[in-house]
Write a protein that binds this ligand. Structure first.
Ligand code: 5GP
Length: 336
């Protein structure tokens, strides 16, 4: 059994440092990457509950709307949108989740004044270790999994609310326990969270099988325009603003849609191309096995993991499709 603790001998020491720092702080900012996903949201919420147990003030702020499927998570109403936030920013500690760099915080990075210590907790291999304390393990399936190890090592209790959030974090960042990053330890941790009160059926249903009709319509129109190339090895999907408007959906509803690009039996690499606004486009890449999509994401200033990565560029959606397809063709033919 490979626990994160065994993979990184410094893990317990860094966890103790984090515990000491959090217990001393009085006014904590908790945040994660822009356009938050299940792992970043669940981890933030579980950590905030733990930090509040020391009597500290904890403020959760993110850039980007919370996808509707996560609105059932306990404590979710406490996450504020940076665009609506006009409160004080005199934090004495910032705890940042799932961000390889400060820039991934979006506008929330403006709140990180120089003198404020930062705790950086992440599982991205390209993390720049930007924190005063950085707890990074690229072999962890999710930050949720790392947090369970953190609570275990430091002897902190996980209550039902935390268990639900942590289970949701792990469930979503492992693609429902499917990705290579899912280990025996991941499953043991999921089991522990069930013991603490997370209901696996309910959480899975709320996240994946409770779509509003608008989202089903959006998914249908994205699937209707799906394209395959190179004998089915490449799959591309595209969603523009018009499709969002016609289905009465918004950009945050696209969380998870990229997974459909890997449903085909021969597909090695998939891409979902999303129009953020006219002239600005985001790409979510997915791959199977040895195809490393993080290389393409890095080429365009983005990042991520071997089998799931992304980037955003200031280019119209049509041009991004062309350029991306060229790169993906090279990649599946071993020329990139
Ligand atoms: P998704 O496609 O689901 O948004 O993200 C897949 C993976 O790529 C996640 O690990 C995510 O953090 C990373 N990722 C997505 N977009 C970006 C980006 O613009 N910059 C960086 N550095 N990573 C990204």
């Amino acid at each position: 059994m490979k626990s994160l603790v065994r993979m990184n001998p410094d893990f317990p020491k860094i966890c103790q440092e984090i515990l000491a720092t959090v217990s001393r702080a009085e006014n904590i900012l908790v945040s994660s990457h822009e356009d938050p996903d299940g792992d970043s949201i669940g981890s933030q919420l579980a950590f905030a509950r733990f930090a509040k147990s020391f009597g500290s003030k904890v403020t959760l702020i993110n850039q980007g709307k919370i996808p509707g499927k996560y609105l059932f998570l306990p404590g979710i109403a406490g996450i504020l949108n940076v665009d609506d936030y006009s409160g004080p920013v005199d934090f004495d500690l910032a705890v940042i989740f799932e961000c390889p760099t400060r820039e991934r915080l979006g506008k929330v990075s403006d709140f990180l004044r120089k003198e404020v210590p930062v705790i950086n907790i992440d599982h991205h291999p390209d993390n720049s270790l930007f924190g005063k304390i950085s707890l990074v393990n690229s072999r962890a399936s999710s930050v949720g999994e790392m947090l369970v190890e953190f609570f275990d090592v430091t002897g902190q209790a996980i209550d039902k609310e935390m268990a639900i959030n942590l289970y949701a974090a792990i469930l979503t960042d492992t693609g429902r326990f499917r990705y290579n990053s899912t280990t025996r330890r991941t499953m043991e941790i999921a089991g522990l969270l069930i013991e603490k009160g997370a209901d696996p059926r309910e959480i899975c249903d709320r996240i994946y099988y409770a779509m509003p009709p608008s989202l089903i319509r959006l998914t249908a129109s994205a699937l209707a325009n799906i394209n395959f190339y190179e004998q089915g090895k490449i799959c591309l999907m595209q969603v523009d603003r018009k499709m969002l408007e016609q289905s009465h959906s918004d950009y945050s509803d696209l969380d998870g849609l990229a997974d459909y690009t890997l449903y085909g039996n021969d597909v090695l690499v998939g891409g979902l191309i999303k129009e953020i606004e006219k002239g600005r486009t985001k790409v979510s890449l997915r791959s199977r096995g040895r195809v490393d999509v993080s290389r393409i994401a890095h080429k365009y200033g983005g990042g991520g993991h071997h089998n799931a990565a992304g980037f955003a560029v200031n280019m119209p959606i049509e041009s991004v499709s062309e350029v991306l397809l060229e790169d993906l063709r090279k990649m599946v033919n071993g020329k990139l």
